[in-house]
Design a protein around this ligand. Structure first.
Ligand SMILES: [Zn+2]
Length: 167
């Protein structure tokens, strides 16, 4: 099959690939999802006490939120981004917060994505990885996603405060 250009419906990334389909689990092209898998392998293989990997999970989910993505996944990803960018949590602390939230059976609010979900993509992170700078690149990407969801910030903060009992 010849390579064709596909545009990822979540992040807008245009990639040349023989896989022109969409990934059912996310509002993403298969080609974009492959890049995520590549980054995921990279972050999981770092000896990283901060567990920066959590940030890529949340950033990717929030950037590729769509009708097929579970309500709870979108809510948790936004709460994760809130904790990192407004509360200075590490990925490890976010992971623990998600576990605490998961214990509370609750119907989570359905957050619908803004028209544009960030100015950077997983591709920007992969293209600029050079040693230890990966943490900063991931922060920049995730920060662009968090900024794009600005209209939900107040509501996400309220959820995090209430269910994690933050001040
Ligand atoms: Zn994408």
């Amino acid at each position: 099959m010849p390579a064709e250009k596909t545009i990822c419906p979540g992040c807008g990334l245009e990639l040349e690939s023989t896989e022109t389909g969409l990934d059912d689990r996310f509002n993403a092209s298969c080609a974009c999802r492959r890049l995520y898998d590549e980054l995921s392998c990279f972050t999981l293989n770092q000896a990283d006490a901060e567990f920066t990997h959590q940030l890529i999970v949340d950033a990717y989910c929030a950037q590729h939120a769509g009708p097929k993505v579970k309500t709870i996944s979108i809510a948790f990803s936004l709460i994760g981004l809130y904790l990192v960018f407004e509360r200075d949590y590490t990925g490890r602390q976010v992971q623990l917060a998600h576990m605490a939230l998961a214990k509370q059976s609750k119907q989570w609010h359905r957050f619908n994505p803004p028209p544009m979900t960030g100015t950077l993509t997983v591709s920007n992170v992969l293209n600029s990885i050079n040693g230890e700078n990966y943490r900063k690149n991931i922060h920049d990407w995730a920060g662009s996603v968090w900024t794009a969801w600005a209209s939900t910030h107040t509501q996400v903060a309220e959820l995090a405060k209430r269910y994690l009992k933050l001040d």
